[in-house]
Design a protein around this ligand. Structure first.
Ligand SMILES: Nc1ncnc2c1ncn2[C@@H]1O[C@H](COP(=O)(O)OP(=O)(O)OP(=O)(O)O)[C@@H](O)[C@H]1O
Ligand SMILES: [Mg+2]
Length: 257
């Protein structure tokens, strides 16, 4: 089974274009089965604000107390996932929403309970469950919430979740859909980025904020052997006639996969 893992950023969910879905269809016509993972940063912040819970980040990760975790799950699983599934339906795709804690889909462990609270990293992915959904003709739309051994649900960064799922599924390609055209350096879109260039741009601050975990995740998906790893815009076509638009992330200098 040839899969393509697509992480759909919360930043662009409201703005996904018709061309985005045309590109998705074209990938499917070329024989790829999509697995979608979504984010939802802006919607979570809005709801935390309504509840008067301050949003706090350490190393780009959201510090997640019990109350925050409740809000994260309510928003991601109850709202964002639903919103994306109905967008898929309206554009002619049959999807199935999955909370990552369902059916032990995303098995996770705490990163640092003291420092970050209910924040996890993926230890194992139930590829059999995801495969079963695909084989039955549905596109899985996965909420990045993991299940810990103690049964707690853990908040997982959507970009990291997508990379872990891509590795576990041995995905052919992995795309990170966001609200910009790709990686911009000095205002210009760059077509390709390798590991050492990424490190330099992160340390000089030209890649910052939410783009840092995205680039790190993309690099780890590329190192694991995904064919094309792309950072792309959800507002434009991203795949046409077998070619991709956006920034390609490559595992090592000069290495084309
Ligand atoms: N060099 C860069 N090129 C492009 N965007 C960058 C760069 N450095 C930082 N960014 C920021 O990264 C943002 C995308 O990451 P962000 O985490 O905000 O969105 P997302 O991952 O698509 O959504 P979510 O986190 O809700 O899933 C861009 O909107 C931009 O502001
Ligand atoms: Mg993000």
């Amino acid at each position: 089974m040839k899969t393509v893992v697509i992480k759909c950023g919360g930043s662009v969910l409201e703005e996904l274009s018709e061309q985005f879905f045309t590109s998705l269809q074209e990938l499917m016509d070329d024989g790829y089965s999509p697995v979608i993972v979504h984010g939802g940063g802006p919607a979570i912040n809005k709801m935390l604000d309504l509840y008067g819970i301050p949003a706090q980040f350490v190393d780009g990760l959201r510090v997640t107390c019990e109350k925050t975790m409740e809000v994260v799950e309510m928003v991601l699983s109850g709202k964002t996932n639903r919103q994306l599934c109905s967008l898929m339906k309206n554009n002619g795709f049959l999807s199935l929403g999955i909370n990552g804690s369902d059916g032990l889909c995303l098995q996770a462990e705490y990163i640092d309970k003291q420092k970050l609270g209910y924040v996890g990293e993926i230890r194992d992915v139930n590829t059999r469950l995801i495969g079963m959904v695909i084989e039955n003709g549905y596109i899985p739309v996965i909420t990045p919430i993991g299940i810990a051994e103690d049964g707690s649900r853990l908040n997982i960064n959507g970009d990291y979740a997508a990379a872990s799922i891509a590795k576990a599924m041995k995905a052919g390609h992995c795309a990170f859909v966001t609200n910009v055209d790709g990686i911009l350096i000095g205002g210009k879109l760059i077509s390709e980025l390798n590991e050492s260039e990424a490190e330099n741009h992160i340390s000089d601050g030209s890649i910052h904020g939410g783009m840092v975990p995205k680039v790190q995740s993309a690099l780890s998906a590329a190192a694991a052997g995904a064919g094309k790893v792309m950072i792309i815009s959800g507002k434009k076509p991203f795949y046409k006639n077998n070619s991709w638009h956006g920034t390609a992330i490559v595992a090592a200098e000069g290495e084309l996969r």
